[in-house]
Design a protein around this ligand. Structure first.
Ligand code: GRF
Length: 222
């Protein structure tokens, strides 16, 4: 059996994206070895999901540290102990210092609940709904991107869209987006693990070519 690609996954919450990655890793679709799941919040459901799958877990509480740099340093030491080739942010809700981000430059991915570059930051579903009601938006969705010091601004690799509906609430919209997130994240992780995806300077490279345009899940012939 070929050696599996080592990854570490960071979470802060429910871990539905984590579950999608675990599920894909349990099939032939995604040959990764999830060496650890690390949460900055204790007792979140994502930790239980990892434990159920037999994956080692750690909790590193940011509240145990007096400053961001100390927390990031402890997190980095923990991650590097597992020697991952990719760090996967899956609902990890902490801002990360530039030093931390640069340490993992080109080997850290994030999923964001909007069609980036729209709606960077928090409360994306509420803001998308407001834009829909103002008549300036019809589609919302999720995006997978490389993490750089530019918050939610690193090169976007793949997006998937959903319609916004008249009777949507932020919760109903979030649920529709999550379904698509669960499709795109394992796929991008697979591309990275297969060596098809990399970051050069501030440019995503896919199959040896600069990714001039963000890929759309709906346009992929899968
Ligand atoms: C997702 O919407 C993800 O895009 C965002 O945080 C949420 C995490 O959800 N970064 P889950 O914990 O994976 O269910």
């Amino acid at each position: 059996m070929p050696e599996q690609f080592p990854v570490v996954i960071l979470i802060s919450g429910g871990g539905s994206n984590l579950q999608a990655i675990i599920d894909a890793a349990q099939t032939d679709d995604l040959a990764i070895d999830i060496r650890a799941v690390i949460s900055n919040v204790p007792e979140v459901h994502g930790l239980a999901r990892a434990q159920k799958a037999g994956i080692p877990t750690e909790v590193i509480k940011h509240t145990d540290f007096t400053c961001r740099e100390d927390f990031d340093a402890a997190l980095q030491t923990a991650i590097d102990g597992y020697q991952p080739k990719l760090v996967i942010l899956a609902g990890f809700m902490r801002l990360l210092s530039d030093d931390f981000v640069n340490h993992y430059r080109g080997r850290m991915l994030n999923i964001h609940p909007s069609l980036l570059p729209d709606f960077k930051g928090l409360n994306t579903h509420q803001r998308a709904l407001e834009a829909y009601r103002a008549g300036t938006l019809t589609q919302h969705g999720g995006s997978v991107h490389f993490v750089t010091p530019d918050l939610d601004g690193g090169p976007v690799i793949l997006r998937a869209s959903v319609p916004v509906k008249d009777d949507d609430s932020p919760e109903s919209l979030a649920a529709r987006v999550l379904v698509r997130e669960h499709q795109i994240y394992p796929l991008v992780i697979r591309w990275f693990a297969e060596g098809r995806l990399s970051l050069k300077d501030n440019q995503a490279i896919f199959d040896g070519q600069p990714l001039k345009q963000t890929l759309s899940f709906d346009d992929l012939a899968l």
